[in-house]
Design a protein around this ligand. Structure first.
Ligand code: ADP
Length: 571
């Protein structure tokens, strides 16, 4: 049995019971050890006194009556009385006939009495065969010896011991239940506190320790209850805080990473996990293991903010800010995705460069011709006219370019409010065809229109739609050789109207198709300029169609012509 596993009250009870047992045993042992010698000594002293009394009496008794007197005295005192001459001869004896008695000179008590005046001995009597205590006193001419059986001592000892045992039993039977009661009363509150503490440790704060016991244990229970209440409040606060924090972290657009002092990842938020395609498996790993980015690891070591480009899982640029947590317990890193910003910046830079370039070319041409015209020696009238025509052509180009740029910027800034209204496509397309008819005719381009009679009207901004159609049909005329056929068709598809401008011209090589709708993108720059193109026509088409929630795309094969498609919502 493992004592340490016993309930506390049993331990206390056991300890007290053990103490009682030890006490009772020690009392018994003490009695056993000290009572018999004490009693023996008392008996010996009594016997000595009796012997002296008998000796005094025997002095006054005539020798012939001595034996009879001895019997009387023995009867009166309950002792065995023997009177021995100094040579060891027994003169009188109470318990046996004189004839049976041998010389007693060698008896230990007799020898000791002869030498010291008094002597005692304990032994089994040869004569009466009992364990006796003898006390002999020497008187002039005789030795008086008295004896008493020692079983008296045993009886007294046994009696005392029995009494003590009885009393011990009574005390024990009264004390032990009381001890048990005290032990229970003291340990029950401790047990209930222990149970309560275990529940608190498991996160259950509902339990309360009993405070009724009073004293130190009652106080302890009170303190424990207060502690539990405070803990409950604190845990609730922390849980709340944690929930808030988790909510904030989860709703953040920025990626958040927390690394502990050992350089191991402790926390990642949803945005970061999405951006880098990482899972909870990253927790506990190092930043280098997970991100494989030396710059990031370096930033973590130094703190601060830096722009970092990542190639995995996709090419992205982040402004990464690393800051030490309080007490140097780790680093918190915030990732701000600036990929789109960077792209926009690049687009803007490209655009500015392109615009400047596009503007400079006609401007320098105009400037050159105007300077020549203003020269000290002006050219002849015919050449002058030719120069002025060139200046006019390039001014028109500048004008077209600026018009297109304004269109683009209006569309992009979303300031351009589109006036949506139902538009009947056949009339709208016919209007454009008519407008471009002269140009088509000049290039011997055939323009045809194919529209089913039941085509519903589309919801569009009439002017913008007109611009889209002009740009697409004009391109089809411009970038195809003489004799080309241009076909404009419209069909109802999946709840949208799909419009197609198709030509059977030279087509566009596959490598250009993905970029054809970009601003200033041209397949053949020189040819486009020569034909008065700005490189913005298709970009404007794209913007307008998208502003109508439509889609625009191109299908083209070299030598087989191009088909430009766009969709518009049904009115
Ligand atoms: P541009 O002002 O140069 O015409 P666009 O954006 O309208 O600019 O067209 C971009 C380029 O697409 C043109 O320079 C031309 O090379 C090519 N392109 C447009 N339409 C056609 C077409 N129908 N056939 C062949 N190439 C075309």
């Amino acid at each position: 049995m493992n004592i340490s596993r016993l309930p506390l009250h049993w331990k206390w009870f056991g300890a007290v019971a053990l103490l009682l047992l030890v006490l009772i045993i020690s009392i018994n042992i003490t009695l056993d050890v000290s009572l018999p010698p004490f009693l023996r000594e008392r008996i010996r002293a009594d016997l000595e006194r009796d012997a002296r009394l008998i000796a005094a009496l025997s002095q006054r008794t005539p020798p012939s009556e001595l034996n009879a007197a001895v019997h009387t005295w023995a009867q009166q005192t309950g002792l065995r009385v023997t009177i021995i001459a100094t040579d060891g001869t027994v003169i009188a004896e109470s318990d046996r006939p004189l004839a049976e008695l041998d010389n007693h000179l060698n008896r230990a008590e007799v020898q000791s009495a002869l030498q010291n005046g008094v002597g005692s001995a304990i032994r089994i009597s040869d004569t009466v065969h009992l364990n006796l205590i003898y006390v002999a006193v020497a008187e002039p001419g005789q030795i008086v010896r008295v004896a008493i059986p020692l079983h008296e001592i045993g009886a007294i000892t046994r009696h005392v011991r029995r009494t003590v045992a009885g009393v011990s039993l009574i005390i024990t039977s009264i004390v032990l239940p009381f001890v048990y009661w005290i032990a229970r009363r003291t340990t029950d509150p401790i047990q209930s506190m222990r149970r309560m503490a275990a529940r608190v440790a498991a996160g259950d704060f509902a339990g309360r320790a009993p405070e009724y016991t009073g004293g130190e244990i009652g106080e302890l229970a009170g303190t424990l209850n207060t502690m539990s209440q405070q803990l409950e409040t604190r845990v609730a606060e922390l849980t709340n805080e944690k929930t808030h924090l988790a909510g904030i972290l989860a709703s953040m657009i920025e990626g958040v990473l927390v690394v502990d002092a050992a350089g191991k990842i402790r926390l990642t938020n949803t945005a970061l996990r999405h951006a880098f395609g990482i899972t909870d498996e990253a927790l506990g790993k190092t930043v280098l293991e997970v991100f494989r980015h030396a710059g990031l690891a370096e930033l973590l070591a130094t703190s601060g903010a830096r722009e970092l480009a990542f190639t995995q899982p996709s090419e992205r640029t982040f402004t990464v800010q690393a800051g030490q947590l309080a007490g140097q317990t780790g680093v918190v890193v915030v990732f701000h995705d600036i990929t789109r910003l960077k792209q926009l910046e690049n687009v803007r830079k490209d655009f500015v460069a392109n615009v400047s370039h596009e503007l400079r070319t006609p401007l320098s041409i105009i400037k050159g011709y105007v300077e020549t015209l203003l020269d000290a020696e002006p050219p002849d009238a015919a050449t002058g006219k030719q120069f002025l025509e060139t200046v006019q052509r390039h001014s028109r180009r500048l004008e077209a370019l600026i018009d297109d740029l304004l269109s683009i910027s209006a569309l992009e800034s979303q300031q351009a409010r589109l006036d949506f209204a139902p538009v009947a496509l056949p009339a709208a397309i016919a209007g454009v065809i008519e407008e471009l008819n002269q140009r088509a005719h000049d290039k011997q381009t055939g323009l045809t229109l194919e529209i089913p009679a039941d085509l519903p009207a589309v919801l569009a901004d009439g002017q913008r739609l007109h611009q889209v159609l002009v740009n697409l049909i004009d391109n089809a005329i411009k970038y195809t050789p003489a004799g080309t056929q241009v076909r404009v068709s419209a069909t109802l598809k999946n709840g949208h109207v799909e419009i197609c401008v198709a030509d059977n011209g030279p087509g566009i090589a596959a490598e250009h198709l993905p970029r054809i709708f970009e601003r200033f993108y041209r397949v053949d720059k020189a040819r486009s300029r020569e034909l008065g193109g700005t490189g913005l026509g298709l970009a404007i088409v794209k913007h307008i169609v998208q502003a109508h929630n439509g889609r625009v795309w191109v299908e083209s094969q070299l030598e087989k012509g191009s088909q430009f498609y766009f969709t518009l919502p049904v009115a």
